[in-house]
Design a protein. Structure first.
Length: 94
């Protein structure tokens, strides 16, 4: 199952991506790298010995977000909202 991780290259998102992949799921990193680095995704790929899917876009980019949401069945959102506050939610799409 594909799981879209908004903020997936951040601290929480990258750890969640690793765990999901280890559990046999397919995490897809959705991140604009404003507070994270592409190197995190490269490290994940090296640890997992496979290349994770990556969407380099902002949550404010409505077109990219709409396309991504329609391509995947669930979303884990871990983007930083305000100073040190995180939202973790799950959205199931039919």
């Amino acid at each position: 199952m594909n799981i879209l991780l908004a903020g997936g290259a951040g601290y929480i998102g990258s750890h969640l991506a690793l765990r999901l992949a280890e559990d046999g799921l397919n995490p897809v990193i959705y991140d604009n790298f404003s507070t994270s680095k592409i190197g995190v995704v490269k490290k994940l790929n090296k640890i997992l010995k496979k290349e994770l899917s990556l969407v380099n876009a902002s949550l404010q980019d409505q077109k990219s977000l709409t396309i991504a949401l329609h391509e995947f069945r669930s979303e884990e959102h871990t983007s930083e909202l305000q100073s040190r506050q995180y939202l973790v939610c799950r959205l199931l799409l039919e």
